[in-house]
Design a binder for this molecule. Structure first.
Ligand code: CTP
Ligand code: MG
Length: 230
């Protein structure tokens, strides 16, 4: 059940329009990145966190890790131009057989989902968290509907994504060689024709992307506090 986790946190959060890395914004007096790190810090099966950061954020992250007493960050790795490069740089450092990749911008990941993913990756090699799509999705070209895609087979893909580390390293180096840039890690494995398992996650595991996501995040934090009796 043990694993290590790569957390890409080296973005600039342009769509959040906060004028700084969105992971440094606070939710309930605690920066987003700390919410995310705590889930793994408190998980006994997590044996190390590799955090990919932008060089300009290094001091800010170091200070927060100290202030909030996060124990398991093994290394702050320099991120790259795109998320894929940030993950690859951190992946080179991982020393465990099973690796999870989890966006710093998804602070509400549950440990039960993490554990399902680790188990699945151990048996099959690759597993991703996802939820069924609720809306009807249409393919639109130049303002006109091209196609309505059958909803029952559509899933919204999240992180964590869990892999045997040897497989994900190979997928990343083949993608780099082929000049392929994916928006998630599983897509790099898929292009090797390797099967990827899906683990059903939940709708709280949102990615903070645009300003309105902060309202949803506040509501989720409040719900979690009520549930934990805080
Ligand atoms: N990320 C990264 N390195 C990059 C770009 C993104 O490590 N070069 C990280 C982000 O910090 C985030 C995760 O990948 O935790 C998902 O990316 P996204 O939500 O797109 O965040 P940003 O790239 O920061 O936001 P934007 O695209 O709006 O600028
Ligand atoms: Mg981005």
């Amino acid at each position: 059940m043990e694993y290590q986790v790569v957390i890409p946190a080296a973005g600039q959060g342009k769509r959040m329009k906060a004028g700084k890395n969105k992971l440094l914004l606070e939710l309930n007096s605690c920066p987003v990145i700390i919410h995310t790190l705590r889930v793994f810090d408190h998980d006994p099966y997590c044996k190390g966190i590799y955090l990919a950061i932008h060089p300009g954020d290094r001091e800010a992250f170091q200070r927060l890790i100290k202030r909030f007493n996060i124990q398991k960050v093994v290394k702050l790795v320099e991120g790259g131009e795109e998320r894929q490069h940030s993950v690859y740089n951190a992946l080179l450092e991982v020393s465990h057989e099973i690796v999870l990749v989890h966006d710093g911008a998804r602070p509400f990941i549950k440990s039960t989902t993490i554990h399902h993913l680790v188990e699945e990756a151990k048996s099959s090699g690759a597993a991703i968290a996802a939820v069924p799509v609720k809306d009807t999705i249409k393919k639109v070209i130049d303002g006109a509907v091209e196609q309505t895609i059958e909803r029952s087979s559509l899933w919204m893909v999240q992180t964590p994504q869990a892999f045997r580390v040897s497989l994900l390293r190979r997928a990343h180096s083949e993608a780099a060689e082929g000049g392929f840039l994916g928006t998630d890690d599983a897509s790099l494995v898929e292009r090797m024709n390797f099967g990827v398992s899906v683990v059903e996650s939940d709708y709280d595991n949102i990615k903070l992307t645009t300003p309105e996501d902060l309202y949803f995040a506040e509501a989720i934090v409040k719900k979690q506090e009520e549930m934990s009796g805080g």
